[in-house]
Design a protein around this ligand. Structure first.
Ligand SMILES: Cc1cc2nc3c(=O)[nH]c(=O)nc-3n(C[C@H](O)[C@H](O)[C@H](O)COP(=O)(O)OP(=O)(O)OC[C@H]3O[C@@H](n4cnc5c(N)ncnc54)[C@H](O)[C@@H]3O)c2cc1C
Length: 247
């Protein structure tokens, strides 16, 4: 339950407000506006100007309050990320939900987090007015530390492919695969569709063995949607498809 609402006009003001433990950042508010029993004070980030998308050298710098739809419509958004964003949430939610809010609240079925994880995206976080930190999404997801995410950065010099299997084409995936490759040969495979977080199945110097890595990563991935055996087979097939399509 939101018991108080603050709309700071500067980052410093927001960080000062967030020093109180009962206050949390509000991005699009699609999740925070749902009824809960815990009383929280919302610190709305919408006036902070964190809503731009900028190409900077080989990176795309995405402000924390950029909406999923704004990113999807950006000329710089890789095609694989566009596909993943369409599956993350329907249009009305995409128009409101922010990039940072989605990373903080998503689970292993998040197609958006899966593609960003494959791309080894970096998060800029302000821990306090004095202290900031850059972390990879792989470091961030398992602990999701407190702090104000200000931007997310993805490399534009990596090829990225995405594929998935779900009950219907517009449903969240039972298995998804995101594969990123750099000119150096570095290949990262991330699997989603299961558990609390997407899984890094492979981060190698070449693409050899992506299907075996996909199978290994899902060997315990049984839940109400599918068995581990099914997911292992599907993941291996999707990994190979991603590899083919990124050639
Ligand atoms: C009808 C409906 C259907 C939905 N369906 C799904 C679904 O199928 N799957 C799913 O995963 N989610 C679903 N959601 C939840 C929601 O859409 C997503 O989690 C959404 O992407 C959250 O983004 P937001 O910007 O609205 O976050 P908010 O609601 O504003 O915040 C979510 C969390 O992120 C934190 N946060 C926000 N911005 C920052 C920041 N810059 N730095 C640090 N922390 C921050 C907040 O403090 C809060 O803990 C649904 C919501 C609705 C209303």
């Amino acid at each position: 339950m939101i018991t108080a609402y603050h709309r700071p006009q500067t980052l410093d003001e927001a960080l000062t407000l967030l020093t109180q433990p009962n206050r949390i950042p509000l991005g699009g508010g699609t999740l925070l506006s749902k009824p809960t029993t815990d009383p929280v004070e919302a610190v709305d980030l919408q006036a902070l100007g964190l809503d731009s998308i900028k190409k900077s050298g080989n990176n795309l710098e995405i402000g924390a309050t950029v909406t999923l739809q704004q990113l999807l419509e950006s000329e710089h958004c890789p095609a694989a990320l566009t596909s993943a964003l369409k599956l993350e949430a329907p249009l009305n939610i995409r128009n409101t939900a922010t990039v940072a809010g989605t990373l903080v609240s998503g689970d292993g079925r998040s197609t958006f987090a899966s593609v960003l994880f494959a791309l080894d995206a970096k998060l800029d976080t302000q821990l306090s007015a004095e202290e900031s930190q850059v972390s990879t999404i792989g470091e961030f997801l398992p602990i999701r530390p407190r702090g104000l995410i200000t931007s997310v950065s993805i490399p534009l010099n990596a090829k990225v492919a995405f594929d998935y299997v779900s009950r219907t084409p517009a449903d969240k995936p039972i298995v998804c695969a995101a594969l990123a490759q750099w000119n150096s040969g570095r290949t990262r495979l991330v699997l989603g569709g299961y558990g609390k977080n997407p899984l890094l199945a492979m981060d190698g110097t070449e693409a050899e063995g992506v299907d075996a890595a996909a199978r290994n990563a899902f060997h315990e991935a049984t839940d109400e949607y599918a068995s581990a055996e099914y997911r292992m087979d599907v993941a291996a097939t999707l990994a190979k498809r991603c590899l083919e399509s990124s050639k």
